[in-house]
Design a protein around this ligand. Structure first.
Ligand SMILES: NCc1[nH]cc(CCC(=O)O)c1CC(=O)O
Length: 313
């Protein structure tokens, strides 16, 4: 017998409310439906207002860091109001509640950053004003172009584009993955990720649920993409070793070489004057290699640069 009750929904998927977050939640729902033969009605998208979305005028690092993106969704999970939560893994702290697990990482999208307002870093006008609140983007820019002036720039993708159009800044950065997911691919200049390193876990969507929720975990594991999952776990281990806060500038890129992963990473002083880079090649089952890379970067850094990290390594 077929039930017609709306309560036949199988899964309540929590998400932030921004257009990008909703696009990511929709992608997750589509993949679940494809994997399990469900209809859209089987998955309810539950928008949750995150702290980070309420405060738009200050840099994330100054108002509580990445927890602002996850706190409300964590709470809704804890209270059983949602069964799983969709995240931009770039925004998820390395330390997570013990009760939760990252049950799926979707196939990773384009890891590149896009520069808006100029055709390349080299072609930015002398003393250009560049809007970003990401320490990684600021420091990496200043390491190439110390003449630029970096100003705090937040807001969702549309807000940032508007501020650029209104001339508040000469240029800004956005993640290619975000633009692609919003159907805005092709704008700006894509920066080659080999030369302009992305953030750890950039372009990765992750879905978390309760560790002991066997049925939900099973559903989510069907949409997990193992190569992307391995990359994200390695990059998060690197970050954990660095004890990175939102003030620290960390960039990295993982590629696959046969059965091995190759993780290249760099840390920068906030003004870009110091850059320490390294690479490690390892099997995805080797959880220590990314940690060792993080520690070796710190060991080679000046005391000043080390001080921008929490120093838990
Ligand atoms: N910090 C905000 C944020 N978190 C994830 C993305 C883009 C999508 C992604 O990297 O998965 C963005 C916007 C941006 O950096 O332009």
């Amino acid at each position: 017998m077929t039930s017609t009750l709306a309560s036949s929904r199988r899964l309540r998927l929590g998400t932030r409310q921004s257009p990008l977050a909703m696009a990511q939640a929709n992608e997750t729902r589509s993949r679940l439906c494809a994997a399990h033969g469900w209809t859209v009605d089987d998955v309810e998208l539950v928008p949750v207002l995150a702290g980070g979305d309420r405060i738009q005028d200050r840099a994330l690092a100054d108002i509580g860091g990445k927890a602002l993106w996850t706190r409300e969704l964590d709470q809704w999970l804890a209270e059983g109001r949602i069964d799983a939560a969709v995240h931009s893994m770039k925004d998820v702290e390395t330390l997570r509640p013990d009760s939760l697990t990252i049950a799926a990482i979707l196939p990773r999208a384009d890891k590149a950053d896009v520069l808006l307002g100029a055709s390349s870093i080299a072609e930015l006008p002398q003393n250009a004003t560049v809007g970003t609140s990401a320490p990684r983007r600021a420091a990496q820019l200043l390491s190439h172009r110390p003449d630029c002036r970096v100003v705090t720039f937040r807001g969702n993708v549309a807000t940032r584009q508007r501020k650029l159009a209104e001339g508040e800044v000469d240029a800004t950065f956005l993640a290619a993955a975000g633009l692609d997911r919003l159907g805005e691919s092709g704008i700006g200049t894509r920066l080659d990720p080999q030369e302009w390193l992305p953030a750890p876990a950039q372009a990765a969507i992750g879905i978390e649920c309760h560790r002991d929720a066997d049925e939900v975990r099973g559903w989510l594991s069907a949409i997990d993409h193992a190569p992307s999952h391995d990359e994200v776990m390695a990059e998060r281990a690197l970050l954990a070793a660095l004890g990175g806060s939102c003030h620290s500038a960390v960039a990295c890129l993982t590629r696959h070489d046969g059965n091995l992963l190759v993780l290249r990473a760099a840390i920068f002083s906030p003004d870009g004057s110091e850059k320490i880079e390294g690479e490690t090649r390892f099997s995805s089952s080797d959880e220590d290699a990314p940690l060792a890379l993080g520690r070796s970067l710190l060991a080679r850094a000046s005391a000043e640069l080390r001080a921008t990290f929490d120093g838990t390594a």
